[in-house]
Write a protein that binds this ligand. Structure first.
Ligand SMILES: NC(=O)c1ccc[n+]([C@@H]2O[C@H](COP(=O)([O-])OP(=O)(O)OC[C@H]3O[C@@H](n4cnc5c(N)ncnc54)[C@H](O)[C@@H]3O)[C@@H](O)[C@H]2O)c1
Length: 259
């Protein structure tokens, strides 16, 4: 028996990175999936891997910055499955790391649209199909980042939009608990396929710094997206987390430890 048996789960941004591994992990736990990314070419590979695990999958192109595309995606999900149990707002386009005075308003707009506009709108679109479910209800998981808490230099835009995820998550948690919907925020740390390929294009000193930073945790090793991060997302999606809402969790191997 899987932890997500029969649950209709939406995960955004599944062509690669954490989203791809979350989708595969959800598939092994019995979820029925709806996954998206900007284009379908790489997403088809994720779909195939999930189907190999026995999952039913709707895979659709959806640029999460486009409100019409968001509506088309959720309409297709509801047409196929009739309801929605879990929404994972995972997709994000991170603009280049650079000092705040060099960041542009276009970069701020892009990250705001793909993060906070998309999260907010997807939550609104899913609400009618998630509300007032019997049993332990529905779950929303919003991906944020510790960059928002620590103020990582170079990440002024990223940190700004990811900080807004906390306000959205906590407000929705308070408003929607009465409707049996829980809403939590997750700050992950995982060394993804994109981290690996992206690093190869960087100067040697950046490669060394980044490789070190991914191991800079109490375990002294990089987090694995499938083995380390995805199980925490499964937990938040599953009924096991039914008494948790409005929380900020770190699936990061202890990179961030506070009281
Ligand atoms: N990997 C980490 O250690 C880490 C750390 C902190 C926070 N996060 C957060 O976790 C989430 C996943 O991170 P990741 O490392 O896998 O990122 P990533 O860049 O490796 O992958 C992002 C995924 O989203 C998709 N995507 C990007 N823009 C999109 C758009 N406009 N529409 C649809 N799909 C789009 C990409 O194609 C890709 O599949 C993000 O919200 C990120 O901010 C990740």
């Amino acid at each position: 028996m899987g932890k997500l048996d029969g649950k209709i789960c939406i995960i955004t941004g599944c062509a690669s990175g954490l989203g791809k591994q979350e989708a595969i992990r959800f598939a092994t736990e019995g979820a029925k999936l709806a996954i998206c990314s900007r284009t379908v070419s790489k997403l088809e590979e994720t779909k195939r891997l999930c189907e190999e695990k026995g999952a039913e999958v709707l895979a659709m192109a959806c640029d999460v910055t486009d409100p019409d595309a968001r509506e088309r995606f959720i309409t297709a999900v509801v047409e196929k499955y009739g309801t929605i149990d879990v929404l994972v707002n995972n997709a994000h386009t991170t603009t280049i790391l650079k000092p705040m005075m060099e960041k542009t308003l276009d970069e701020l707009e892009l990250e705001t649209k793909c993060c906070i506009y998309a999260y907010f709108h997807f939550m609104q679109l899913c609400f009618p199909y998630m509300k007032d479910k019997p049993g332990y209800g529905a779950s929303i998981i919003n991906f944020a980042s510790k960059a928002a808490r620590e103020g990582t230099p170079g990440h002024s835009v990223y940190a700004t939009v990811k900080a807004a995820v906390g306000g959205l998550t906590r407000t929705a948690a308070r408003e929607w608990g009465i409707h049996n919907i829980r809403v939590n925020e997750l700050m992950p740390n995982g060394f993804t396929d994109n981290c690996k390929t992206g690093l190869l294009e960087q100067p040697k000193e950046i490669q060394e710094w980044a490789t070190h930073s991914f191991k800079d945790n109490p375990f002294g090793r990089p987090g694995d997206p499938y083995d380390d991060v995805a199980p925490v997302v499964v937990f938040l999606a599953s009924d096991e987390s039914h008494w948790m809402t409005g929380q900020n969790l770190h699936a990061d191997g202890g990179v961030w430890i506070t009281d």
